[in-house]
Ligand binder design. Structure first.
Ligand code: AMP
Length: 216
């Protein structure tokens, strides 16, 4: 199954992705997570990406495209992929279409999560993330059992540097300017399914699951 999941920061891409993975044997490829791992490990790619990420700006297309092309050719993508946070620009969308065709895995479904800005502010400012395994928490809706410690792996639960209202505004602007046209691009290919993601994640996932059943 070849899936993309799209939506602004805080729309629930991570949460819905986790649930999709429990159902299907495909890897979750989040460009944001890959970049953060590179920053943590201080790789040359991480050093290049860090400044853009902390400012809420997009990392240059050629860097991201090369990173994704390499990732999609790993053996665990045999049965498909769930791409999260990519493509984010038209240049990336066009490059992705070419790569996906080249490796014989054209996208089958684009899950577009739709949410108002006010809902996103609450989600983003309350969001906490495990610095080790990436598990997602929310203050006060979903707190770890021991404050600051991940329930899943015992890692440190922290707030992302870019999870502030100011950075959210920048990221929303990026989304409107760069990513909305990407959704339009995939609309033209007839593969987009849009979901009202202001609802509880159980409801959103229920609808996503019914949609994905068509592609099994
Ligand atoms: P995310 O976790 O998806 O919100 O991504 C965090 C940050 O990583 C973004 O604000 C960008 O700086 C960078 N990033 C992630 N994916 C991409 C992408 N496809 N293109 C450019 N920058 C990206």
């Amino acid at each position: 199954m070849n899936i993309l999941i799209m939506g602004p920061a805080g729309a629930g891409k991570g949460t819905i992705s986790e649930r999709i993975l429990k159902e299907y044997e495909i890897p979750h490829i989040s460009t944001g997570d890959m970049l953060r791992e590179n920053v943590r490990n201080n790789t040359p790619l991480g050093q290049e990406a860090k400044g853009y990420m902390e400012a809420g700006k997009l990392v240059p297309d050629d860097v991201i495209n090369a990173m994704v092309e390499d990732r999609l050719q790993q053996p665990d993508c045999q049965k498909g992929y769930l791409l999260d946070g990519f493509p984010r620009t038209l240049v990336q969308a066009e490059a992705f279409t070419e790569i996906a065709e080249k490796i014989g895995k054209p996208v089958e479904c684009v899950i577009a999560l739709d949410v108002d800005f006010e809902v996103l502010v609450d989600r983003i400012t309350g969001r906490r993330i495990c610095s080790k395994c990436g598990a997602i928490y929310h203050i006060p809706n979903h707190v770890p059992q021991v404050e600051g410690v991940c329930d899943e792996c015992g890692g440190e639960v922290v707030q992302r540097k870019d999870d502030t209202v100011e950075q959210l505004k920048v990221r929303m602007e990026e989304y409107e300017n760069n990513t909305k046209p990407v959704i339009d691009y995939f609309e033209k290919l007839g593969v987009v399914k849009t979901f009202d993601a202001a609802r509880p994640s159980d409801e959103v996932f229920g609808d996503v699951k019914s949609t994905l059943a068509q592609f099994e």
